[in-house]
Design a protein around this ligand. Sequence first.
Ligand SMILES: Nc1ncnc2c1ncn2[C@@H]1O[C@H](COP(=O)(O)OP(=O)(O)OP(=O)(O)O)[C@@H](O)[C@H]1O
Length: 479
Amino acid sequence: MNGGMKVRVAAVTNLGTKKRMGVKDHLELRFEQVFDNMQDGVCIINELGNIQYMNDIYIKMFRVSNPAEIGKSIFQTAHDDVILTAYREKRPVKGNLSGHYGIYLISVAASPIFHNDVFKGVMAIYREELSSEKGKKKETVIELSIPKEAAQQESLNTIFQQIVGKSKVMERALLIAQKASKTSSTVLIRGESGTGKELVAKAIHYSSDRCNRPFIKVNCGAIPGNLLESELFGHEQGAFTGAIRKKIGKFEQASTGTIFLDEIGDMPMEMQVKLLRVLQEKEFERVGGEETLRCDVRIVAATNRNLEELIEKGDFREDLYYRLNVIPIYLPALKERREDIPILVRHFLDKINSKLGKNVQQIAEEVEEAFLYYDWPGNIRELENLMERLIALVDGDCIELKDIPSHISNLYTVHYSEENQSSLINMDWKGDLATLEEYEKEIIQYAIKRFGSFNAAGKALGVTHKTVAFKARKYKIIE
Ligand SMILES: Nc1ncnc2c1ncn2[C@@H]1O[C@H](COP(=O)(O)OP(=O)(O)OP(=O)(O)O)[C@@H](O)[C@H]1O
C-alpha cells in the first residue's frame, strides 16, 4: 500500500460533491470509477475534516462501528486515529485499526493532499486482513492514541468505570479520555446532547492530578453574550452599571483546577477572541480592570454542534477550533452503540430503585427489544428519565410493554410482525415451492437492503456488481 500516493488534487478533492452539484467532469468520474473498483477502502476528507468521498469497500468495512456519511465530520467517527493524525499533523501516517468486532485488522495509509502548498485534506486507503496475520505486519510507524493491542490491555480506572458502556466505540472513547486526564492538554468532547459529555469531563478532572482542585462548569450557551465576559473573567467594582462590587470570574475560581466550557459552539464571536487569548497567552483581565492575571487552568470544552459547519458559516473561529481540538473525544449517540442499552437499563434500575426506595427488578423481554429498536434522540438522558418515570409509576416489580410510551412500544409490534411475515426462503415451508426467479428476486432485494450497495451485495452473493444491478432492474427492485 502506498502511504504517499500522489493524486490529482483538484479532481480528487471534488469527489463526492460532484454528485450534489450534478457537474459532469470526466476526469473526476474516472477517478471515482477507479476508487469504486479498488479492493481497498478509500476515504477522502477535505481541509475541514469533512468526509468528501468514500468507496463501497470503506462503507462496508465500517458499517458497524462508523455509519459515516458524506459531509459528516471525521471527528465524529471514533474509529480512526490514523486519518485524524494525518489531518492534524499534515503528514503521511500509517497504522492499524481493528474492524468488525476485532476479527479483522485494517491497515491504513493516510496521506495529506496539498495543492500549491495549500492543505486540501487527506486521502486514506484501508486494507482488511484477518487478525491472525497481524504478527506478520511490521508497518505501524506511529504510536496511535489507542492502538488495538493497548486497548485490549489497558483498563479503565474506577472513576471511568462508573461511566457505563462496553461497546468498542465507547471503550475507545473512554480510554482516550483516561489518557487525556494524564496530560494538561485541552480536550474537546463532541457528541449529541445527553451522550455523557459532562460526565466524561468530570471523569477527566477527577482522574487528573488536579483532582483536589476545583472543577468549574460554564454553560456558554445559557449565558447572554454581554454577561459572559464578566462570568468568565470577573469584573471590578463599578466596571458597568450594576457592578456594585468586585466579582471573581470562573477562570479565577478554577485556578489550578479544570474549567469545563459546555456548549462552546454557542459562544458569541467576540468572546471567542478573548478565550483564544487565554488559550494562547494564559492571561486575562477582569472587566474594567487593568491588572493582567495569569491563569493555570486546564480547559475541557464540549459541544453538540457541528463546529466545522459553524466555521464555514463564519460563526466559529478556525484558530480557536484548532486550539481547542488538541485532544478530540467523540461520544457516540446511543443508537450507534445499541449493545450498551441492556447494561444501561440494568444500571438505571439499580440506581433509581435505591434513589426512589422502590424494588422494580424486572424488565419484560419485549420492552428490552423495543428499547433496542428505538433511536433515543435524547440519548442516555432520555433513557435515564424514562426509566425514572417507569420505576416511579409501575405498580408491580416488572416493567411491561403496556407501561412504556406508545412511540417506543409500537416499534416492537412493527418489528415483531415484520419478522413473522412469511418469507419465501423458509426451509420448513411445507406448501408449494416458489419459482427460482422468485427466490432470486427475494435474495437480491435482501442483499441490496442489507449491504447498501450493488458492489457489497455482489461480493456477499459471489457475483459482480453489474449482475446485481442487472437483476435489480430486471425484477424492478430499482428503476
Ligand atoms: N455512560 C453513561 N453511564 C451512566 N450514566 C450516563 C452515561 N452517559 C450519560 N449518563 C447520564 O445521562 C445524563 C446526561 O449526561 P450528560 O449531562 O453528561 O450529557 P451531555 O452530553 O453533557 O448533555 P448536554 O449536551 O445536553 O449537556 C446524566 O444524568 C448522566 O449521568
